[in-house]
Design a protein around this ligand. Structure first.
Ligand code: GLC
Length: 514
């Protein structure tokens, strides 16, 4: 387990939308380099970059055409070298995005695989035997290629599924997981990983990590076994490298697959969803962090706590503010509500991830789809740095996506100037997390006070005690310890063994008795 994860606070950068250094209207690697000081100033000591590889960009770069080539619009190998060196000098680690489940249909492997004559890549993707034979229960395309057969898709139409084999094989064309062609795919992906680890990256966020083996069992044990094999490779060859999965099943991903961390994704009505984005419940938004107070922390705990206990010896559950697929939290949360959420995120176990722009409360925008974003595009608009043209993102007259046209659009500049801004709260909170090891990824966790439909939620991380009351009403709880406040939002008070925590407030205490 890489030690550096314990105190890691990640910042996700969607490269096309962060900072355009050359004025062509799209973000690039030099732009990221120029803004590393800003990211570091937030207290973030690790980055996740969405795919930066050569691609036709029909799915924001998740349609890779060449795993070993930096997309021209982002720069060159030299730029990536500089970015990694500079980040490392600043004490930051960098994860790249590995897309192992599929490639672009323009990838040379797929072009070869589509040929009628058999060749080295014929088995690299999933093909049926005849042009008239589909794949029941799975998306596929037929009639577009010279090769007689339908090919399976892993996501959009431009993303054919790589072949890692099938666990439950019902057709003759389904490869076994240990067939030469499935093993060749796996080894090719390991080579891609080695290539970037040798280049200097510190690991990978793994896209659709659970999607490798088809017709897998309910525990995804065949897919997990592949990742376990890859983890073994890392342990032997790159023990400091980290892997975080897009899986959202930490028992399978961490305990099974050997991932160091698994993302807790926003899935309708799971624990994470009930915190920020519970829009679809009857009777209005029931998100825990909304002032309306319709939330219930038990809905989070009942889902998260058993998973936390199940994986804590082996790895971490990663919560985030948002990602490039999810509506931004400021779509519904006020600045105050966002502060309380950051307070929670930065005092919970596991490795936290920020999504660029959430630290200033960037809004979810109503914009037209771009590069396969569809409704996700509203969370992918350019970073708002200041009040200059395109909010300082680009000097171009034609940026690839607009920034927020609202007069109230938040910017880094404004947030820096305002003393009580969200940005300052985020900085203070990350500093506190770095100061008190108990608050970090592997520190202890214990629920002190959590009642259905009641506030506050109080928990301990060793001698640190955290209380959060997102509701609009003052709350009080017994607090039988000699504690002193380390940080608070709102006027919290300890008197006579009771903690009084006003509406929309948050406090971190340190128990002096240890
Ligand atoms: C993941 C990515 C998403 C992408 C999809 C296909 O869910 O986060 O952006 O479209 O995989 O690669």
């Amino acid at each position: 387990m890489p030690e550096w994860l314990k105190d890691a606070v990640f910042y996700e950068i969607y490269p096309q939308s962060f900072y355009d250094s050359d004025g062509d209207g799209i973000g690039d690697l030099q732009g990221i380099i120029q803004k590393l000081d800003y990211v570091r100033s937030l207290g973030c000591n690790a980055l996740w970059l969405n795919p930066v590889f050569d691609s036709p960009f029909l799915d924001g770069g998740y349609d890779v055409r060449d795993y070993r080539k930096i997309a021209e619009r982002y720069g060159t190998d030299e730029d990536m070298k500089q970015l990694l060196e500079r980040a490392h000098q600043m004490g930051m680690h960098v994860l790249l995005d590995l897309v192992p489940g599929h490639t672009s249909d323009q990838h040379p492997w797929f072009l070869e695989s589509s040929k009628a004559e058999e060749n080295e890549y014929s088995g690299r993707y999933i093909w049926t035997s005849h042009a008239f034979e589909g794949i029941a229960g799975h998306p596929y395309i037929s009639g577009m290629k010279e090769r007689a057969g339908a090919y399976m898709l892993n996501f959009f139409a431009s993303q054919p599924a790589l072949n890692y084999g099938w666990l439950n094989r019902t057709e003759s064309w389904m490869s076994a997981v240990d067939s030469p062609e499935a093993l060749a795919t796996r080894e090719a992906m390991k080579e891609v990983m080695r290539y970037w680890l040798e280049f200097g990256c510190d690991g990978f966020r793994v896209d659709m990590a659970d999607s490798l083996v088809k017709n897998d069992d309910e525990n995804k044990s065949a897919t997990a076994a592949i990742w376990r094999d890859i983890r073994n490779m890392l342990d032997r060859e790159y023990p400091e490298a980290a892997l975080v999965s897009e899986w959202s099943n930490p028992v399978q991903a961490v305990n099974g697959g050997g991932f160091h961390m698994d993302f807790y994704l926003d899935h309708h009505h799971n624990g994470y969803n009930t915190l920020l984005r519970d829009y679809e419940t009857e009777g209005g938004d029931h998100s825990f962090f909304l002032k309306e107070g319709r939330g219930d922390i038990m809905r989070f705990l009942n889902d998260w706590l058993p998973k936390y206990h199940a994986v804590r010896e082996n790895g971490y559950i990663s919560m985030f503010t948002c990602n490039h697929d999810t509506p931004r939290p400021a779509r519904t949360l006020s600045e105050r509500e966002m502060k309380l959420f950051y307070g929670f995120l930065l005092t919970m176990p596991g490795v936290p991830f920020f999504y660029y722009g959430d630290e200033i409360g960037m809004k979810y925008l109503d914009v037209r789809t771009k590069e396969g974003g569809y409704q996700r595009t509203g969370s992918r608009t350019p970073m708002q740095w200041d009040s200059s043209k395109n909010h300082g993102f680009s000097v171009s007259d034609n940026p690839y996506l607009p920034t927020d046209p609202a007069p109230s659009a938040p910017t880094v500049q404004d947030q820096l100037e305002k003393k009580d801004s969200l940005l300052h709260a985020v900085r203070d909170l990350t500093r506190i997390r770095h100061t008190y090891p108990r608050l970090q990824a592997d520190g202890p966790f214990e629920v002190l006070h959590a009642m259905p439909h009641q506030f506050p939620f109080v928990y301990a991380r060793g001698e640190m005690i955290i209380a959060v009351n997102p509701s609009g009403d003052t709350a009080e709880v017994p607090l039988e310890c000699d504690a002193e406040a380390v940080y608070m939002i709102g006027e919290c008070r300890i008197a006579g063994n009771r903690l009084r925590i006003p509406e929309q407030s948050f406090i971190i205490l340190q128990n002096k008795a240890g």
